[in-house]
Design a protein around this ligand. Structure first.
Ligand SMILES: *Cc1c(COP(=O)(O)O)cnc(C)c1O
Length: 403
């Protein structure tokens, strides 16, 4: 370990508020699918900044667009029009088939805005129409409203009193949802594919039935595609895989390839619930972030680009199934769509999920483990089958020591 690495660890230990368990590397730079630490070690990166770096690192058109925009104007506030923002909004409206887009800076803020506009819209119908139903095991963010929406109590403990009006149902259980809904339901909010909770796609025509129940009770369907959207499922919007349309969809993570941004997109009808002054943001959708988003929005929806996600994703899933056949006592399930994949580990493993992640890292691969037992793969969307083979061979070597 060189001097500066230890100095950085020491500074962080002294001065950074420690809410993260960090891996002991200092990242220096990235190139494509690879991340390099400051000691020159290379890692194949199948976490991609938590589903953010959809175009990989140092993607030239993205770097150029950011540099050119920075030289023109980085920020000007939302009191003025900018072309990058107008362009990005138009692209999202066209891709989504919805009516209007709003930009913010993160996923939590996108969901916060979605919850706010849903409440405003429903209050105009009936001021008691305020119930928001979300799923156990979901993840929607860390603000007070979004961590309340997040159906994982451990994220909520200690922050009470939480905002009211939230109820929870089991994802993929349509009967439970029906029993929970009424005319007082303002919105049902779900991840199109649950990510952080362990990679759970919707089963059968669950989402279609959710859509029908929302229609029946005049409730809005909010789909959180912060992780599963932006092409990761093989469609630009994951809901297009399931042939439904939400009333509101939220995006963030990959939307600007790594520059902080969030967005919610909704119908004209719902959008009309917000009047000037009802919502706002200083940074949201500034020209720098939108210039970056425009590169993503010009690249990812392309049929050839998405076909790569589908093809490599299918290959990746098959190789995970092969790994499961080879280590049936270690891997109990393989799930996911496109390039959001999970391999669930058995409870009896000699190595825990976290230990497997650490062992992979020692061998030069960055992967992730969520909820303590699901290896989660959310790589850049530009990976090839060779990259998959590289990660799988490392995983194979690690699992071999764990038998
Ligand atoms: C990451 C994530 C969020 C929160 O996004 P932040 O940018 O961290 O606020 C919300 N919903 C889902 C599905 C996510 O994966």
């Amino acid at each position: 370990m060189n001097e500066s690495t230890q100095q950085i660890f020491d500074k962080d230990a002294r001065d950074y508020l420690p809410v993260f368990n960090r891996y002991k590397i200092v990242v220096d730079h990235g190139e494509g699918v690879y991340t390099y630490d400051n000691e020159g070690n290379r890692y194949i990166d199948f976490l991609a900044g938590i589903a953010v770096n959809v175009l990989g690192h140092n993607y030239r058109p993205l770097v150029t667009a950011i540099a050119e925009q920075a030289a023109k104007v980085i920020h000007i506030s939302n009191l003025y029009y900018t072309k990058p923002q107008a362009d990005a909004a138009s692209k999202l409206v066209k891709l989504s088939g919805l009516g209007r887009a709003f930009f913010c800076n993160s996923g939590a803020e996108a969901n916060e805005g979605a919850i706010k506009i849903a409440r405003k819209f429903a209050h105009n119908i009936d001021k008691d129409k305020s119930q928001i139903i979300t799923a156990w095991n979901s993840f929607h963010g860390r603000t007070l409203a979004t961590l309340t929406a997040t159906g994982q109590p451990h994220y909520q403990h200690g922050y009470e009193p939480l905002p009211g009006g939230f109820d929870y149902v089991h994802y993929n259980d349509i009967d439970e949802l029906e029993k929970t809904m009424s005319d007082k339901t303002c919105a049902v909010m779900l991840e199109t594919i649950q990510g952080e909770g362990g990679v759970y796609p919707p089963k059968g025509d669950y989402l279609k039935q959710v859509r029908e129940l929302c229609n029946k009770y005049n409730a809005l369907l909010i789909l959180d595609e912060i992780q599963a959207g932006i092409g990761r499922s093989g469609k630009f919007f994951a809901y297009d895989k399931y042939n439904i349309k939400p009333d509101i969809v939220t995006l963030a993570k990959g939307l600007a390839g790594g520059v902080p941004i969030g967005a919610f997109i909704t119908t004209e009808e719902v959008a009309a619930a917000f009047k000037p002054g009802d919502h706002g943001t200083t940074f949201g959708g500034n020209p720098l972030a939108c210039a970056a988003a425009n590169v993503v929005l010009d690249t990812v929806p392309d049929e050839k680009f998405l076909n790569n996600v589908i093809e490599v994703g299918k290959y990746f899933k098959e190789t995970l199934y092969n790994l499961k056949s080879k280590y049936p006592e270690l891997i109990v399930d393989v799930r996911g769509e496109g390039l959001i994949l999970g391999a669930e580990l058995s409870d009896q493993n000699k190595l825990t999920g976290v230990e497997i992640v650490n062992e992979c890292m020692k061998r030069g691969a960055i992967i992730n483990c969520t909820v303590g037992k699901v290896l989660r793969f959310i790589p850049p969307l530009i990976i090839t089958k060779d990259h998959v083979d590289e990660v799988i061979s490392i995983l194979d070597a690690v699992m071999n020591t764990s038998k």
